[in-house]
Design a protein around this ligand. Structure first.
Ligand SMILES: [Zn+2]
Length: 172
């Protein structure tokens, strides 16, 4: 009915919970299980969650582009009724966006690793420093006062390169 796989459904729900919390997850489940549209009142009744909590959850889902609504005026009461619909296929865009963010971060880190030489005292808890900083410290660790020796970051670089390759393959 929704045109997404079980795996995508799982991804969707865990992402919704990560970003927006368990209440929003519950609301997403209800919307995914029902065909067509639901009003916020029906969702509130079914979940036993307060109407304003349900509305908050729905607006969060709309913010993530995962749900949308249309409104209609109730002829008897004159109030607006909101009909909500879930868009699970948008999860693909969301996952892609997330992976692109990760790729950006890793690429920046990789450039930093490739563009610097590092020095370390090898003491646990002390941090490695760049060549520039090591020079300023006369190659003595600021914390433990041990000698700073050159640090081989080629392993870090190859791990990062592998990750960049993997993500590039998934994304492009
Ligand atoms: Zn140290």
């Amino acid at each position: 009915m929704t045109g997404i796989s079980d795996k995508e459904r799982q991804t969707l729900l865990s992402m919704v919970e990560d970003v927006a919390g368990p209440d929003v997850r519950e609301v997403a489940i209800i919307l995914l299980t029902h065909k067509g549209e639901l009003t916020d009142e029906v969702i509130s009744d079914e979940l036993g969650i307060k109407l304003n909590q349900v509305r908050k959850a729905l607006y969060l889902l709309a913010d993530l582009d995962l749900a949308s609504f249309r409104r209609e005026r109730d002829k008897t009461t004159g109030w607006f009724v909101f009909f909500w619909k879930v868009h699970p296929e948008k999860i693909r865009d969301l996952v892609k966006e997330k992976q692109e963010n990760v790729l950006d971060k890793i690429s920046v880190r990789l450039k930093y690793e490739q563009g610097n030489m590092f020095f370390t005292c090898e003491t646990e808890g002390c941090k490695r420093v760049t060549f520039q900083n090591a020079m300023e410290l006369d190659f003595i660790c600021m914390v433990c006062e041990s000698r700073l020796e050159s640090f081989d970051n080629s392993k870090i670089i190859s791990v990062l390169e592998k990750k960049v390759d993997q993500l590039n393959e998934i994304l492009h």
